[in-house]
Design a protein around this ligand. Structure first.
Ligand code: BEZ
Length: 251
């Protein structure tokens, strides 16, 4: 079974544990500067929260995602959606902008993706995004590398995430033909709406899918034991060490 290729997204978990994702978007939306009537592709649109925001600003938005479950929520919001893998998309000169928030770090084929985005844009079109960058969720990753082997699981073989450095992202964009206008990395410690267990239930399914419920509980106990002193404050709030990579690139 290729666990990396499956659709692990559960809309219920996403709504409960990850609704902050569509709220912390001031920088990427400012960079996008959406204008009325523009044809915009939301790459990895998930449940369509940001696509809806763009639609309300008068843009013609298409949401692309590989999760059938999350797309069904986007459709209920009135978003036109396409089910598919962005790394294989085949649009030509269609969009004024391609926009992506917190999705591209799930796509290992970054060069392929950048080339396909380039092709999908009209001349002068822009590719504007925010994703996890180098150092993102480092504490969690260290904890996972420690705990997973105790359960017979290996971090690397199932790691679904790619967190580029600024230089790597610039190179990827330039090789695809883009002129890079902005590429920055910043720390953004992020308060979780629930806790690390909820975060992992939502985002860590590539590893969890093989564990029975009882083993899963044990796994969480061990993960919490390591992460609690590092990520949970005295008020019981979990702050995760997110690092954001923001970029603007022109065709
Ligand atoms: C992120 O937004 O940085 C992220 C979210 C879930 C899993 C990994 C990274």
């Amino acid at each position: 079974m290729n666990v990396l290729a499956g659709d692990h997204w559960k809309a219920e978990n996403y709504a409960k544990h990850a609704h902050f994702v569509a709220k912390l978007t001031s920088e990427v939306l400012q960079d996008l500067k959406p204008e009325m009537g523009e044809h915009i592709l939301d790459l990895g649109c998930g449940d369509g929260a940001l696509a809806k925001d763009l639609q309300l600003r008068g843009c013609r938005v298409v949401g692309l995602d590989n999760s059938r479950e999350l797309l069904s929520i986007a459709q209920r919001k009135g978003i036109k959606t396409i089910l598919g893998d962005a790394q294989k998309m085949a649009f030509n000169d269609e969009f004024d902008a391609v926009f992506s928030n917190a999705a591209m770090h799930w796509m290992p084929l970054q060069s392929e993706l950048a080339s396909r985005v380039y092709r999908s844009l009209k001349q002068g079109g822009r590719f504007v995004g925010e994703m996890g960058g180098a150092g993102n969720i480092q504490t969690l990753i260290q904890a996972l590398k420690e705990v997973l082997p105790r359960f017979g699981l290996d971090f690397a073989s199932r790691n679904p995430w790619t967190f580029p450095t600024v230089q790597q992202q610039r190179d990827t964009l330039e090789k695809a033909g883009f002129q890079v206008k902005k590429c920055t990395l910043r720390q953004r410690p992020t308060k979780l709406p629930t806790d690390i267990r909820g975060w992992f239930l939502t985002f860590g399914q590539t590893w969890l899918s093989d564990l029975d419920p009882e083993t899963c509980e044990k796994f969480f106990d061990e993960l919490v034991e390591i992460c609690h002193p590092l990520l949970c404050n005295s008020a019981g709030e979990w702050m995760v060490d997110y690092v954001r990579l923001n970029f603007v690139a022109l065709k």
